[in-house]
Design a protein around this ligand. Structure first.
Ligand SMILES: [Zn+2]
Length: 294
């Protein structure tokens, strides 16, 4: 598709520039596409967009490519450990008795944690192989936001959508559907990788082919996230930065040009905390979050 004739699905803008051209990740580190792929930046809303065909999120092949297996246990093994930091960002003051919906919840790692305090939990997940487990754990289950039954409309106090919007063909439509499900005063918390991750700047040859990936259609900055929320009808959109990986992972990337995970280099907690705070203050963290409300 010629980008000059492409209309941005977020802002309807038609003015694009090339953001990245090269190999991109297909699944885990080390697996890349065989041919160069193109990522365009919309000059109007600042979103990055990967050219190509959509991914099938109902398929086992997708989960096997990201989680080393498509089973419920594979999902929990891959994602249970990520939940503490979400809870730390969210706080626990406004959960008890509330209706909490997680969109793109997978096999329910986050919702299982919410279940004890929440009044009700609603799971939205396209992969049907997880549905029986989600139901057994007490969550109301729907494959898509467009299919959530009327009884939940206007009832959701807190919606969460972690690491999902970058996968969606039409994120404006899905966020607008979520907005329609929120109760008066309800809020949505969204997260996505930050396109201004410092490693993209420091390792312009090695890091982009890891950062850009086949399953991510969109690449957001704080500004483009603000534009996305506004396009979906949210009156208040408050982006903020969060750094997920530690100083050791960062140093080993610089040395080895590959991800190593957390905890591989001993560093004083105060040093690690100030490293993360510094990245967040300058907008170069690896992740972006945003609160959105009507
Ligand atoms: Zn745009």
């Amino acid at each position: 598709m010629n980008p000059t004739t492409h209309i941005c699905r977020i802002c309807q803008g038609a003015d694009w520039e090339e953001l990245y051209r090269g190999l991109i990740r297909q699944g885990r580190f080390g697996n890349s596409t065989f041919t160069d792929r193109l990522v365009y930046r919309c000059k109007v809303c600042d979103s990055g967009w990967l050219e190509g065909t959509p991914v099938d999120y109902e398929s086992d092949a997708y989960r096997e490519s990201v989680d080393e297996g498509a089973g419920v246990a594979d999902f929990h093994r891959a994602h249970d450990g990520e939940q503490a930091e979400k809870l730390a960002l969210l706080g626990t003051n406004q959960l008890r008795g509330h209706c909490i919906m997680d969109i793109g919840c997978g096999a329910g790692s986050f919702l299982d944690l919410m279940r004890g305090m929440a009044g009700a939990t609603v799971a939205v997940e396209p992969m049907r192989a997880y549905h029986a487990t989600l139901q057994a754990h007490g969550h109301a289950v729907f494959p898509y936001t467009s299919e959530v039954s009327r009884e939940w409309q206007g009832k959701v106090d807190l919606a969460t959508c972690f690491s999902v919007i970058e996968h969606l063909e039409d994120p404006v439509r899905v966020l607008a559907e979520i907005r329609g499900l929120l109760a008066p005063g309800g809020r949505l918390l969204v997260s996505t990788p930050n396109r201004h991750d410092w490693l993209l700047e420091l390792l312009p040859v090695d890091y982009p082919k890891f950062f850009y990936r086949v399953v991510h259609r969109w690449y957001f900055s704080a500004e483009s996230l603000r534009r996305l929320g506004a396009a979906a009808g949210f009156a208040r959109v408050e982006p903020f930065f969060h750094h997920r990986f530690d100083l050791g992972n960062f140093l080993l990337w610089l040395r080895d040009r590959r991800p190593s995970g957390r905890g591989k280099v001993p560093a004083e907690p105060v040093l690690d905390a100030s490293f993360r705070a510094s990245l967040c203050a300058s907008g170069r963290s690896d992740y972006l979050y945003a609160w959105m409300s009507a």
